[in-house]
Design a protein around this ligand. Structure first.
Ligand SMILES: Cc1cc2nc3c(=O)[nH]c(=O)nc-3n(C[C@H](O)[C@H](O)[C@H](O)COP(=O)(O)O)c2cc1C
Length: 508
């Protein structure tokens, strides 16, 4: 059963920060921190394996009183408690319930509302006066190719034919006071828009980036919302109220009226004008996305609230330090996969999970089997879906007696229910895939040349093989019973437990 939720409209980033503070989920850092490497190092060390607080940096070197922007917020969604708060649930809600809820909220819609103006218009800078170095953009990692201004902004573009807007998260590096090359893959929705604008004969595409707003902006912008559906609608459904949008100053796009900062301009579509970008400490936990020429935003205007709060994130999950992307992906990539399976008509799916350290590259699916080949159907459906583009490389399918939130349970199933000689391991070679996965050859990571990465996908079918003949010695079962005691024996033993003087075990 999915938990009851009470949608919350936090209003803006400030409302979200206040809610986090009240819930004990925020640490405000008053000591001065250097934007150059130190801030990113603090953020990475502090986030922990889903245990760290959200961080508000109030004092950043070179960005003190009187500067255009002096504060930075990060880590808002790097644990499940805060994701639950965003969804209007109790912070203690189990991730399994968050996935179930994610299934409905990512499919729901409340249309946005256009308003004339809003706080983001308090300050407007255009043309030559634009200088993005006035914002405390971190050099997040020593190894990054530069200061990354776009790490958690909602990048808004528009389909020139349908007029539908898309909001996605795409990384972007500062290479000049008004220039931001971005990592844009053609198989992403922004890439679809690039193709459409080019086909219509344009050399530039209007683009805007909203930095710093309610948490649903980053959560939904980083989610594979189906093509043709605008993320603003889905964000509205999460917060239970329409997103108020204002027009940009120099491009025909709409952005949240109470965003902290909006960067707008045009993305160059001609490869001759591409700008060197990268490398960057990436989602994989490796430095990836090698330095190469990329399409760049020519910034034509910046609007921002007075005393704006810059928003960014430290990308890259590793054991012991899970990124916002990793933690959010574990929910929304699992929820999306479950919906994909449902739409494809795969029966018997009882749970789906993507552990946070790898952001959904490995996915676990629990099913109630009723016929042989069901696990293969799961993998085929996931791999054939556009949601599988940069995720679901390794699909593990287990029976419904295996708790996919318990590593030991999955490990046990893989050990004793997988037989590679019986087609339980299946390869699907040369599919589309993540262009920054260091396990692929460098040539195959050339996204500019091929439009996407190249993955050999693997199914690990760790279900009991229904292709085996029922065994008369086992009363017609295909597998022997496991060693867990019979219910009557357990009940009798439980009755005597206090007398035995033993602690209550984890599995009871
Ligand atoms: C922190 C973060 C950084 C990301 N960086 C990129 C990126 O640089 N390029 C990219 O194509 N996708 C990136 N993504 C993933 C996309 O945001 C995600 O695939 C999303 O579904 C894209 O939106 P779309 O489905 O509308 O194309 C990032 C996601 C997050 C959360």
């Amino acid at each position: 059963m999915t938990s009851e939720r009470k949608p919350v409209a936090f209003g803006d980033l400030r409302g979200w920060i206040a809610a986090l503070d009240a819930a004990g989920e925020l640490k405000t850092i008053g000591a001065q921190v250097d934007w150059n490497i130190e801030l990113g190092t603090v953020a990475r060390l502090a986030q922990g394996p889903g245990t760290g607080p959200a961080l508000l940096f109030n004092s950043i070197r070179d960005y003190g009183a009187g500067k255009r922007c002096r504060r930075l917020f990060t880590g808002g969604l790097s644990n499940y408690r805060r994701i639950a708060m965003m969804l209007g649930l109790s912070p203690d809600t189990h991730p399994r319930e968050l996935v179930k809820l994610g299934r409905t909220v990512l499919n729901a819609a409340i249309a946005p509302k256009r308003v004339k103006t809003g706080p983001v218009k308090e300050n407007i800078v255009t043309g030559d006066a634009v200088d993005l170095y006035e914002f405390p953009v971190p050099q997040w990692n020593r190894i990054d190719g530069g200061r990354y201004v776009l790490t958690y902004g909602g990048v808004v573009t528009k389909d020139p034919n349908s007029g539908t807007m898309n909001v996605g998260i795409y990384r972007g590096m500062l290479t000049g006071k008004n220039q931001i090359p971005i990592l844009m893959w053609r198989a992403q929705h922004i890439g679809h828009h690039v193709t459409a604008w080019k086909e219509a004969g344009h050399s530039e595409m209007p683009i805007a980036v909203a930095i710093g707003w309610e948490p649903a902006l980053g959560f939904v912008a980083g989610s594979p919302v189906p093509k043709g559906i605008c993320e603003y609608d889905v964000i509205g459904a999460i917060r239970g109220a329409p997103v108020e949008l204002v027009e940009c100053e120099t491009v025909d796009l709409l952005v949240p009226a109470s965003a902290e900062i909006v960067i707008e301009g045009y993305l160059g579509l001609d490869p001759a004008g591409y700008v060197m970008e990268g490398p960057f400490a990436e989602v994989t936990g490796y430095v990836a996305g090698d330095r190469s020429p990329k399409p760049a935003i020519r910034v034509t205007a910046v609007s921002h609230r007075t005393d704006p709060i810059f928003r960014g994130t430290i990308e890259g999950s590793m054991p012991g330090s899970f990124s916002e992307n990793g933690v959010c992906s574990s929910i929304m990539r699992a929820a999306t996969a479950w919906n994909v399976l449902d739409r494809a008509g795969v029966p018997g799916v009882t749970d789906v999970w993507c552990p946070p350290v790898q952001a959904g590259v490995n996915i676990l699916v629990q099913i109630k089997q009723s016929y042989r080949g069901q696990a293969k159907q799961v993998a085929n459906a996931l791999w054939g879906s556009s949601a599988g583009h940069v995720r679901y490389k390794h699909v593990t399918v287990v029976d419904d007696d295996i708790d996919i939130h318990d590593y030991a349970a999955v490990d046990w199933a893989i050990a004793y229910r997988v037989n590679a000689g019986e087609d339980d391991i299946v390869f699907m070679p040369a599919t589309f895939g993540l262009g920054i996965d260091p396990s692929t050859r460098r040539r195959d990571r050339n996204v500019m040349q091929f439009g996407t990465g190249k993955w050999t996908r693997v199914l690990i079918d760790a279900t009991i093989n229904l292709d085996y003949d029922p065994d008369p010695d086992l009363g017609g079962a295909r597998f022997p019973p496991n060693v867990w005691p019979a219910p009557d024996d357990i009940a009798a033993t439980k009755a005597r437990w206090p007398e035995l003087g033993l602690d209550r075990p984890k599995r009871w």
